[in-house]
Write a protein that binds this ligand. Structure first.
Ligand code: SF4
Length: 447
């Protein structure tokens, strides 16, 4: 880990020793590791997470405990690197540094940076802009390197690739892992470019984790991604599992697939395949051509909310339902509060779904981007609603995004067809109004 203070260095080595220690007998020594973590987290940045972890360790029969044990079945080098990079660098040391910068600069500082290495893709999915557009926009290696170097100065050690299909540039992605061995890299991917050679590279660099996109079972998935995709993805998951490599699933839910993707069968399928985590994204009607028919009704969204919470108590997989889980992160995480997004053209956007920006990383520093008008509007406006089931300035509070974009003078960064903020937000007004009633009831009932 570069650029550490003397205190950070001492703490870093103390925790590294502790991790070495639990590797021998994890079941016995995890409690001791948690005692170290309690002492280390002096500012109580992770108080609630530590409490949850202590509780899990007291219940070895629980699904969460089983999940932790699965982590100890991963490749040893990959696991150790993950613990160092994700827990020590990104979360413990990184968060503390982020807080310092945040206090000094009075702006948001992200825990993770999402970036699109390329706008190119090897598939032609229905409704995806990358299929029709731009096989020529790329963030070059030096730019990505510079973003990460600047990010580490701010305390950001977690980098997540979106796209396009990031794996189109897999040799560059591996190079970046080598250049920054103290960071953890995760990629959203269609999974079709994961092969034996790439698994060997993942084992060598140890700090790269894929999140494979699935839309549901075979029929729904191939209907969108193309015939045969499901089988290819299954093979990729089997390959990763056979090499004891960690991976997860990313799923977008809509009015069409919400039942399948929240079913017990779907969870069992991805757990059997070896996935350790699943991230659920609510469909967003972003883009001039995006339809509103795929937006879930309030009842459909509630079904997803209920079922995923139920699975969370029973299935040995880490699940996040970003639109319904905002209560665990204090609302909207965009605008650099927890993350930001840089597209393949270098535009720095508050969120992967919000394609408006004042800044491009080719002519701005990361810190200056965090202080630009739209990011400061996020900083000053968060949370956008006291009800954490209505976190989004676009989907559930469209008047907020409309105002922020107008006041900040941010421009559309849509690479295919620039969309006005009125056009985007108008698509959400009806949805927001309908959901508000259900959301308020759910929120008040569960307080
Ligand atoms: S802007 Fe909306 S979609 Fe993006 S992080 Fe915030 S709540 Fe989520």
């Amino acid at each position: 880990m570069e650029n550490k203070s003397i205190i950070e260095t001492a703490e870093y080595f103390a925790i590294k020793q502790a991790i070495k220690y639990i590797e021998h007998e994890p079941e016995k020594n995890l409690n001791k590791l948690m005692d170290w973590a309690d002492k280390f987290d002096k500012d109580n940045l992770y108080q609630s997470q530590r409490a949850v972890f202590h509780n899990v360790l007291e219940h070895p029969e629980s699904n969460w405990y089983q999940l932790i044990m699965k982590v100890f079945q991963l490749d040893t080098g990959v696991r150790k690197t993950f613990i160092e990079n994700f827990i020590i660098n990104a979360s413990l040391i990184g968060s503390r540094r982020q807080k310092k910068v945040r206090d000094k600069e009075q702006c948001n500082v992200p825990w993770a940076i999402l970036l699109d290495p390329t706008s190119a893709c090897n598939l032609h999915c229905t409704g995806c802009w990358a299929a029709e557009y731009g096989h020529n926009l790329n963030l070059d290696l030096n730019t990505i390197d510079s973003i990460i170097k600047q990010g580490k100065e701010l305390g950001t050690y977690m980098y997540i690739y979106t796209g396009g299909e990031p794996m189109v540039r897999k040799s560059d992605l591996i190079k970046i892992c080598e250049m920054h061995p103290d960071c953890e890299f995760l990629t959203f991917t269609n999974g079709t470019l994961i092969d034996e050679k790439f698994c060997q590279e993942m084992l060598r660099v140890k700090n790269f984790v894929p999140a494979i996109s699935l839309e549901g079972f075979e029929k729904a998935n191939d209907g969108r991604r193309g015939s045969g995709d499901f089988e290819i993805v299954k093979k990729a998951m089997a390959l990763l599992k056979s090499h004891k490599l960690p991976f997860g699933i990313s799923t977008c839910y809509t009015s069409a697939n919400y039942k399948d993707i929240s079913s017990e069968e779907y969870f069992d399928m991805i757990i059997d395949a070896g996935a350790l985590f699943v991230w659920f994204f609510h469909y967003m009607p972003v883009g001039n051509d995006a339809v509103t028919d795929l937006l879930p009704t309030p009842e459909q969204r509630k079904t997803v909310y209920d079922r995923i919470r139920n699975m969370r108590n029973t299935k040995s997989i880490f699940s996040m339902d970003f639109q319904n889980d905002a209560e665990f992160v204090g609302g909207c995480i965009a605008g650099g509060r927890n993350y930001l997004h840089i597209n393949a053209a270098g535009d720095v956007e508050p969120c992967v779904f919000i394609h408006y920006s004042n800044t491009n990383i080719h002519n701005s520093t990361l810190l200056d981007a965090l202080k630009c008008p739209i990011f400061m509007a996020y900083h000053n406006g968060q949370p956008f609603n006291e009800n954490m089931l209505r976190p989004c300035p676009m989907l559930e509070n469209p008047e907020c995004l409309s105002e922020m974009v107008k006041k900040s003078g941010a421009k559309s960064t849509d690479l295919q067809s620039p969309e006005s903020v009125e056009h985007l937000c108008n698509k959400c007004i009806h949805y927001a109004k309908n959901w508000a009633e259900m959301a308020d009831k759910l929120w008040n009932d569960n307080k």
